[in-house]
Write a protein that binds this ligand. Structure first.
Ligand code: COS
Length: 384
């Protein structure tokens, strides 16, 4: 379907498509097999200015909005969710600075990320604080002119590979969600280390580690925004980033339809290509319907979010749920259409199915998204 993209939006799609086709697709199986971080590919993305898409022009970026980043991520996701996650996590890591950081902080950190010279990461989740994000235990205490951070973050994408980490910590436990604050921690700060790389089911090209803070000392001015606004910044960050996860779901959906349809056209059983059987046609038809419906919602949501609406949380969660549940369903169906071959590593759909699963889990499980949507509906209908 034609979404009548502007010249600039078509250019973003073309750049991301070219990197996906020429660099990501040929290497994705090897990166997955070896658990290898795609540094070279990310550097190419930096040279092609893709990291600058969501960053304002005054800090060296393209000044794009939610729809622009969605378009880029959809293409990258078509190639490999592991590579695309490493890219997306860098954007996630700088959203808190873009949303709540001071002018000095933006000038200090955004240009190098826009140029792809530095990567960022976002440190929220802990062993006992996943869906219950305000249950974090990591603390930050002011000591003279320095913050002292103690605690451990878990499952942090780009851990050990990023140079800039935006981290949430409790600064006043008595204030609940209003007692959390966000900080920038840099690679090499004293008392800050990353754990070993986790072994994952999918997105194996991306790095996932713990962030370990043992009396980690950082300058006072690394506080992002005002004291006690950390949880709000986290929620606003996730509202901004979740459509990007939805876009990765679109990428998987498209890739699975491409693979399964091409396969069904050349696979001969009972003396004819299996695409000639209605049983296969119906599976492919449902895959196509679900993908196009998801794409329409994700694009509409991203455009809506670019107008800075009040109901951003609901829209962001709705498109995340729909497109990532679609990716899981469609990738499972692609494996089914391709039968035994689909289950083998020789074909890419088994990896797409493994990769799709994380989309329903990270940046807020799809159950949490439904809670957010339900709560927003409750508020809307209380006002009517
Ligand atoms: N934008 C701005 N402010 C928000 C907000 C949003 N989207 N969502 C909540 N807030 C504010 C609330 O208004 C409230 O402020 P007050 O203290 O002034 O009342 C505060 O934040 C706490 O909100 P709430 O009570 O709704 O928080 P909960 O602890 O109940 O948590 C959920 C709500 C479950 C939605 C939240 O914890 C969440 O999103 N969890 C999933 C986290 C996640 O995505 N983790 C994945 C890892 S990150 S890659």
């Amino acid at each position: 379907m034609d979404y009548f993209l502007t010249e600039e939006q078509s250019m973003i799609v073309d750049i991301a498509r070219q990197i996906t086709d020429e660099q990501i697709i040929p290497k994705r199986a090897e990166l997955d097999e070896k658990d290898e971080f795609p540094r070279e590919i990310l550097e190419s993305m930096g040279q092609a200015d893709l990291f600058g898409v969501p960053i304002p022009e005054e800090y060296g970026g393209f000044g794009g909005g939610c729809f622009d980043i969605v378009l880029a991520l959809e293409q990258l996701g078509r190639g490999c969710i592991g590579v695309a996650t490493a890219f997306a996590a860098s954007a996630l890591g700088i959203y808190p600075i873009m949303i709540s950081g001071s002018e000095e902080m933006k000038q200090k950190y955004l240009p190098s990320v826009a140029a792809g010279k530095k990567f960022a990461a976002f440190g929220l989740t802990e062993a006992n604080a996943g869906s219950d994000a305000s249950g974090i235990q990591t603390t930050a205490t002011l000591d003279g002119d320095e913050w002292v951070i103690n605690g451990t973050k878990q499952w942090i994408t780009n851990g050990g590979e990023a140079q800039i980490y935006t981290v949430v910590a409790i600064t006043d436990r008595s204030k609940g969600a209003r007692g959390a604050s966000m900080f920038v921690v840099e690679e090499g700060d004293p008392g800050f280390t990353c754990g070993p790389k986790e072994k994952k089911m999918g997105i194996r090209a991306s790095s996932t580690t713990e962030l370990i803070f043992k009396d980690c000392r950082i300058p006072k001015d690394r506080l992002i925004g005002r004291l006690g606004t950390g949880f709000i910044t986290v929620m606003k960050t996730l509202d901004s980033s979740r459509p990007g996860i939805a876009a990765l779901g679109l990428g998987i959906g498209q890739a699975c339809i491409d693979e399964a349809t091409s396969y069904a056209k050349q696979r001969i059983q009972f003396d004819k290509p299996i695409i000639g059987f209605q049983a296969i046609q119906h599976i492919l038809a449902d895959m196509a319907i679900q993908l196009e419906a998801s794409r329409a919602l994700v694009y509409a949501s991203a455009k809506h979010i670019d107008a800075h609406p009040k109901d951003m949380s609901k829209v962001s969660s709705m498109c995340k749920v729909m497109a990532t549940d679609m990716a899981m369903k469609v990738s499972t169906d692609a494996v089914q259409v391709m039968g035994g071959y689909g289950y083998m590593r020789e074909y890419p759909v088994e990896k797409m199915m493994r990769d799709a699963k994380i989309l329903q889990i990270y940046e807020g499980t799809n159950q949490v998204q439904r809670n957010v949507i339900g709560q927003e509906l409750n508020k809307e209908y209380s006002r009517k």
